[in-house]
Design a protein. Structure first.
Length: 508
């Protein structure tokens, strides 16, 4: 193929970039869109709510398994074929999830849906780099990255609206037409851009080890809070299996001649620094995406939908700043952009550490607007440097590993944040109860207002609990803000790009 013919132009390019971004958005969205539908799913399928959470866990585990396999799949079958089959399969299994008559079948279909959705994220990035002309690649990357950031926030809002109006199956049905259109159009436009395939032996041992340690870790993280963590024998066993499996996996993949996951990429210093930065920052970011809505609903009286509206403000300025950040990559040191973005995000998180119970909607929403500035300033250059740091033939592997780290760090960050939030709330409540001044007089005052003794006790208990939750939320935000600030400094451990990095020359 003539080098200039491999790029798309005009409406075909614009439409394909949107198509790839939509596929990425759809796959990430399904990590959170079902979260608000769990009570409805449990009631409809006649199971306990904690059993209904397997609809979330099963998808996350399956997706986490296939994301790092992207490099091998692309080399074995071709990136376009992998992307098209994954998109079509995602739609098919979404349909089957929506019509599942019982929980076991729903879990099976969610696993298959996750296996299909995993390759969509890194493959969409790989294809975007392959078909976009050099002068537009940075803009396309900015749009692609923003879908990864906005999707987790949009999931609960969209899922809640669909569940409340049309029923929980529509949280799955919405994927069907989108997936099929994406698959059809992508094949028509991109099939000539598929690369040569290489037949390599299948690393069955590496694949089994990946499935074992990833599944054990994900199930442990998702159920640890409900099972009181290491007080549960099951959680202990899962932790041992996860750690042992991970160690064996790393040893095997670094020594096997045809590894299913190319860990040699971590030998690149730039990629390693970006991977560590992704782990700590996305874990911290996703923790706030989970904790802030929980605080709004448990302490501020917000509905799930209105809590989602607050979080959605992150996307307002984020959509504007993302292309600016992408275009700046060719003019400004990416490390400066990332540090600036992390500095803004850290300041916003510290700001959240000053929140109080008497805040209005807009007082809570405004910090979200500023977070929307910092997030793309960090994530867009990070994705660019991660991919540009490796040779062109390892682009798919790099994209797969970065997205795997993002998925895993989000799960770990959520588990650690919710656990510490719960512990801090309990500790703060004990401290507040011991510091109450003349509680008997307070109860008597409440009773004088017409409350029964039981109602007075419940009212005082509610006030104490509300303050305990507020204190725990503030403390958690301060810790997360400090972590992000440290990452802002650590970014400079990455070697200085040779000149100002240009993704077009690095990727093509």
């Amino acid at each position: 193929m003539n080098p200039t013919d491999r790029y798309l132009h005009g409406f075909a390019l614009f439409g394909t970039i949107l198509l790839l971004a939509l596929a990425n958005f759809m796959a990430v969205l399904d990590l959170t869109i079902v979260t608000v539908a769990v009570p409805h799913i449990a009631g409809s399928l006649a199971v306990a709510p904690n059993e209904g959470t397997w609809a979330i866990t099963s998808y996350a585990v399956a997706e986490a398994i296939t994301v790092p396999l992207t490099g091998w799949l692309a080399g074995r079958f071709g990136p376009v074929r992998v992307f098209v089959v994954a998109s079509a399969s995602f739609g098919l299994f979404s349909l089957l999830c929506g019509i599942a008559p019982n929980l076991p079948l729903l879990i099976v279909f969610r696993i298959l849906q996750g296996l299909s959705g995993g390759p969509l994220m890194p493959m969409s990035q790989t294809l975007l780099m392959r078909i976009t002309p050099p002068k537009h690649v940075q803009l396309g990357l900015g749009l692609q990255t923003m879908t990864t950031i906005i999707a987790p926030v949009a999931g609960p809002v969209l899922g809640g609206s669909l569940t409340d109006t049309l029923g929980w199956p529509w949280a799955f049905f919405i994927n069907v037409p989108i997936s099929l259109v994406v698959a059809f159009v992508a094949w028509r436009l991109l099939r000539r851009h598929d690369g040569e395939t290489v037949r390599q032996p299948v690393d069955y041992v590496g694949l089994v080890l990946l499935v074992v340690w990833t599944s054990a870790l994900q199930v442990m993280l998702d159920n640890g809070q409900n099972d009181d963590w290491f007080a549960s024998p099951l959680i202990v066993v899962l932790a041992v299996v996860g750690v042992a499996g991970f160690v064996l996996f790393v040893i095997w993949e670094l020594t096997d001649r045809h590894p299913i996951v190319d860990l040699s990429i971590f030998g690149n210093r730039t990629f390693s620094v970006m991977a560590i930065a992704m782990a700590f920052t996305f874990g911290s970011f996703f923790a706030t995406v989970v904790i802030i809505p929980l605080w709004l609903q448990t302490n501020m009286g917000y509905t799930a939908t209105w809590a989602g509206y607050v979080m959605a403000f992150m996307g307002v300025l984020g959509v504007v700043v993302a292309p600016i950040a992408a275009l700046s990559l060719s003019r400004v040191d990416p490390r400066f952009l990332m540090s600036l973005g992390l500095g803004i995000l850290s300041a916003v998180t510290f700001w959240r550490g000053t929140f109080a119970q008497n805040m209005t909607f807009w007082q809570i929403a405004v910090p979200q607007l500023f977070a929307g500035i910092g997030i793309p300033l960090f994530f867009v250059p990070l994705m660019g440097l991660s991919i540009a740091a490796v040779p062109a033939d390892k682009t798919a592997s790099a994209a797969g590993l970065v997205n795997f780290i993002r998925t895993l760090s989000g799960a770990i960050g959520t588990a650690l944040a919710t656990t510490s939030w719960d512990w801090s709330t309990t500790h703060a409540r004990v401290e507040l109860v011991s510091a109450l001044h003349r509680p008997a007089a307070t109860l008597q005052a409440l009773a004088s207002q017409g409350l029964t003794p039981q109602q007075a006790v419940e009212t005082l208990s509610g006030l104490v609990q509300g303050q305990a939750i507020m204190i725990a939320t503030n403390q958690l935000c301060i810790v997360i803000g400090a972590i992000i600030a440290l990452v802002a400094v650590g970014i400079w451990l990455s070697p200085k790009p040779q000149g100002i990095i240009r993704l077009d020359t690095a990727l093509h």
